[in-house]
Design a protein around this ligand. Structure first.
Ligand SMILES: [Zn+2]
Length: 299
């Protein structure tokens, strides 16, 4: 079977010194696709290059709510140009966060809504971050145009009661290895209430590491020794979610594969003039994408 990481941060500065080894390991692993997210503009260039080199990389460009208001002026124009230039582009990580100290939720909302409407215009799948702002997120999603293909609520930590409202709006929900910690049992349980056709799996590497006893690929930040989540822990996340759902990993894998391509298969990125061409479509399963070696960027 193939694995799909719906949300990670391979260009996070904390992974920089490991990146060569990680990319080699991921290219040997049956990872069919990974959505590599940006937190801010400083990562856009590296992610764009990574996506040009490795066909299994789906780039996600955007401004994270923690960085709302910190971008240099002109970021909106630069984001539009980047989306114009990158046929595989999706949008992420964007959203709302009342957990972070000293947040400016009005500024976050402006930044989020602008990016969301850009994604809707272009039918780009969106990766959404939300912490402690679920009511506001629902309000924003209900009052704005949304991308036709849907959106991802990554590492979903919202309440069970809101699943059906988000699902109606087009949500997919991804499970991270962090939910395997014993203290996260309630959230793990929420993932048994989501319909199979909306489930995805992620690592959020280098964050959201699994508990020590399940960590198949321990990794620590050079210098500080702080734990990091290795992107190969995608297999730990699959195993954990399969266990929670009472399924085999293979059965879960089949659903996740179909769900992943339904959301991320064709980005619909047609440029700011709205006139697309075949070359400007995303890399979906139908055209995905040559031999193993080609997929892994060795051509
Ligand atoms: Zn993330």
């Amino acid at each position: 079977m193939f694995y799909y990481d719906a949300h990670n941060h391979l260009c996070d500065p904390r992974l920089e010194s490991f990146q060569g080894d990680l990319l080699e390991a991921l290219s040997r692993f049956p990872l069919r696709a990974a959505v590599v997210n940006s937190s801010g503009e400083e990562e856009w260039g590296a992610i764009s290059k990574l996506a040009d080199t490795f066909s299994w990389v789906i780039p996600a460009f955007g401004i994270h709510p923690w960085n709302a208001g910190q971008s240099l002026s002109g970021w909106r124009e630069r984001l539009i140009r980047l989306l114009d230039s990158h046929p595989k582009a999706t949008m992420g990580e964007i959203g709302l966060d009342r957990w972070i100290q000293n947040h400016d939720i009005a500024l976050q909302r402006d930044t989020f809504e602008w990016q969301l409407s850009l994604a809707a215009q272009r039918s780009l799948p969106v990766s959404i971050h939300c912490l402690k702002a679920w009511g506001l997120l629902l309000e924003v999603l209900q009052s704005n145009a949304l991308p036709q293909c849907g959106f991802l609520l990554h590492s979903y930590s919202g309440p069970e009661e809101m699943i059906s409202q988000f699902t109606k709006l087009g949500a997919y929900f991804s499970f991270s290895p962090y939910f395997l910690h014993e203290r996260k049992v309630a959230q793990r349980d929420v993932f048994t209430k989501i319909t199979m056709d909306r489930l995805l799996v992620e690592t959020d590497a280098p964050d959201m590491w699994p508990p020590e006893e399940r960590n198949a690929h321990p990794l620590c930040e050079r210098g500080t020794g702080k734990p990091l989540n290795h992107p190969l822990n995608i297999e730990v996340a699959y195993a954990g979610l399969a266990e929670a759902r009472g399924l085999s990993v293979e059965a879960l894998g089949k659903s996740v594969e179909a769900n992943f391509w339904r959301l991320f298969g064709n980005t619909g990125n047609t440029g700011s003039d709205g006139e697309g061409s075949d070359e400007k479509q995303g890399c979906g399963p139908a055209k995905e994408c040559g031999t193993e070696d080609q997929r892994h960027g060795f051509t």
